[in-house]
Design a protein around this ligand. Sequence first.
Ligand code: TYM
Length: 335
Amino acid sequence: MYQDKKVVFSGVQPSGVLTIGNYLGAIRNFADFSEEYHCYYCVVDEHAITVRQVPADLRRRTYETLALYIACGLDPEKNTLYVQSHVSAHAELGWILDCYTMFGELSRMTQFKDKSAKNADNINAGLFTYPALMAADILLYQTDLVPVGADQKQHLELTRDVAARFNQVYGDTFVVPDPYIPKTSAKIMSLADPTKKMSKSDENENAVVRILDPRDAIIRKFKRAVTDSGSEIKYAEGKDGIMNLMSIYSAFTGKTMDEIEREFDGKGYGDFKMAVGETCADALAPVQAEFARLMNDKAYLEDVMIKGAEAAARDAARTMSKVRRKIGFTDPRRK
Ligand code: TYM
């Protein structure tokens, strides 16, 4: 779509207070693309309603997620920052892509299986077709690269399949996007059960470190993190808890696993957990300060939302007009 630059798109659901998993796996990396790519970062509120939300909470978290984008270094002048429901083309292309996504494909999605197990009283059609809306988000902007955590890999593969299928039927319409998954922090695990992903909707507060947690809470949660009964700081099979803490420490400090093993040689789990907690709290402090400042400036956040949505809608319209024409929708106003 853009002759000059390739396109990056990613999104975060405003469905809870974001965790260091969201931060290290996704948001922290977003700003790296701002110079070289044309970047869209969206607050995906339409995805969030696949699980029941309290309206006032959804509204507040939408502002908070946008403020966190900016607090994590995304400059609204260099990135298109906006809210999904402000650009109607997402829902529109979402419906169209529903008709090119197979029941069997959607049935295989592990996120659908997990979420329907957790929300057994609300297995709605939106939860099932969620990945087709996600494909629409991405394909609307002719995206080349999608920075996400490892849990979104399967949805990205489906997006690629849907794009390729559409292109095969109608000729080149969509760019087929690639995922960008970070090496060390693609899957941050729960501190209470290191075999499970850290998730913003976890009910056990000790399992998750949130970007906005105060310093003492961060340190306390790391101190209580579940580890094995050994004592060595080693990146080795069977030590899921320690491996997770090492990944977090590595992501914050840039140190390799070898360097971390050497740094904590002869020291115990207590010392290591304390170091991880302090490093994490230090790294998040500036993000938290900037977040607090932005949340006090609602007019600014609204200005960003409005300008972002206008720019996104303009770009999305180009893909939509191509899609409509290809599938045979009439357009009597077009000359
Ligand atoms: P969401 O809101 O669950 O998570 C936002 C981003 O955080 C990553 N992430 C993690 N990374 C590492 N470790 C973890 N424990 C962890 N938990 C979450 C996610 O992989 C994601 O990158 N379906 C998406 C939102 C979405 C989207 C899109 C993303 C909608 N449309 C289009 C990319 C492109 C989701 O639920 O993310």
